[in-house]
Design a protein. Structure first.
Length: 344
């Protein structure tokens, strides 16, 4: 089968790059206990879309405006970086899928980018909302489906999040943890069928999902006093491994593979403890998770685009070879484990 291929990747972050110490103070926390949570996160830097100095008094309207401005600027840059890497013009794109969860606008971010960047007025589009950290993989699946159904046409997917527009500050542990790890960023993939110009990028072979609806309230966003507040249940770190295993096992069995066949583990770094528990559950080596930990250290958890940053890290520094297998893995609201099978 002529599987759709990733032709290029573009990543982007807002210009404000803060250390964890700086972010702790910017959020307005003073407790030494909370400071230790920030500093023990295995994160060195995070990027934020700020309009001037950090403003802890933003109301819901101001937060959503900052989400809109930040998602447009950061998303646009990710797309430009992706298209530049592949010498592709926006007019050559036939389909655009955008996933986001950290704000809501209508018209959606994708439609606004089509107008802003000069895409064809015949472009088809999809907007994927509310799937949190796992959103990139269902969005990738829709993009792959378009390419499979339309040979010879090119599709672009974008994941963009301004998590700092969801910084609701209180002293509960889940809010503190969310504010200590979440950040802003965007990533884009260009896909098409046919010959691969750059062998560093993989084909996308298949997908699998496992949804545990009994855990639906464990992760996501909720409205609190008109603002969006990050929800990160303490049980996530323990649920991650077993949930991923259910999806991964079905996917590998369908293709006659075992975990030993997988050369690259493209794992969404939901946080230090989540990665630690996934590593323990699957008996992974530090080397197998080095790409996820590198992204966490340099960017934090940007929600949906983060796993795409991890694949970019693999492409740049993992030296993938033809016939290597990989899996992309993300966990998000629903509660869902999403897995994609890749092959170089």
């Amino acid at each position: 089968m002529n599987h759709p291929r990733i032709l290029g990747i573009g990543i982007a972050t807002p210009p404000a790059r803060l250390t964890q110490e700086q972010t702790f103070h910017a959020a307005g926390y003073q407790s030494e206990r909370i400071r230790k949570i920030f500093l023990n996160s295995d994160i060195d830097y995070r990027h934020f879309y700020l309009e001037g100095a950090p403003n802890r008094g933003e109301n819901s309207d101001q937060l959503n405006q900052r989400y809109l401005h930040g998602s447009m600027k950061t998303g646009c840059q990710a797309i430009l970086n992706c298209l530049k890497a592949t010498a592709t013009n926006v007019q050559d794109i036939d389909f655009l899928a955008v996933c986001t969860c950290t704000g809501y606008v209508c018209p959606d971010v994708g439609s606004r980018l089509i107008a802003h960047m000069g895409f064809s007025n015949r472009i088809q589009r999809a907007s994927i909302l509310g799937l949190g950290c796992a959103g990139a993989l269902p969005t990738l699946q829709q993009t792959v489906d378009f390419v499979r159904a339309n040979p010879g046409r090119k599709a672009l997917m974008l994941a963009v999040e301004i998590c700092s527009a969801c910084y609701y500050v209180d002293n509960t542990l889940e809010t503190v943890v969310g504010n200590a790890i979440c950040a802003d960023g965007a990533a884009a993939f260009l896909l098409a069928a046919g010959p691969q110009a750059n062998p560093s990028y993989p084909q996308v072979i298949d997908f699998e999902t496992f949804i545990d609806t009994e855990q639906i309230d464990e992760v996501g966003l909720q409205h609190r006093e008109g603002k969006l507040r990050i929800v990160l249940g303490a049980s996530i770190q323990h649920l991650a491994g077993p949930m991923i295993e259910k999806a991964l096992q079905r996917l590998l069995q369908r293709h006659g593979l075992s975990r030993s066949h997988i050369g690259f583990w493209v794992v969404h770094p939901g946080g230090r403890r989540v990665i630690d528990n996934v590593q323990k559950h699957f008996s992974m080596t530090n080397a197998q998770l080095r790409f996820a930990r590198t992204v966490l250290r340099n960017y934090g958890n940007m929600s949906s685009p983060t796993v795409m940053f991890v694949l970019d890290e693999v492409v740049r520094n993992g030296n993938p070879r033809p016939e290597d297998w990989g899996v992309m893995i993300a966990l998000g609201p629903g509660m869902a484990a999403e897995v994609a099978l890749l092959r170089w």
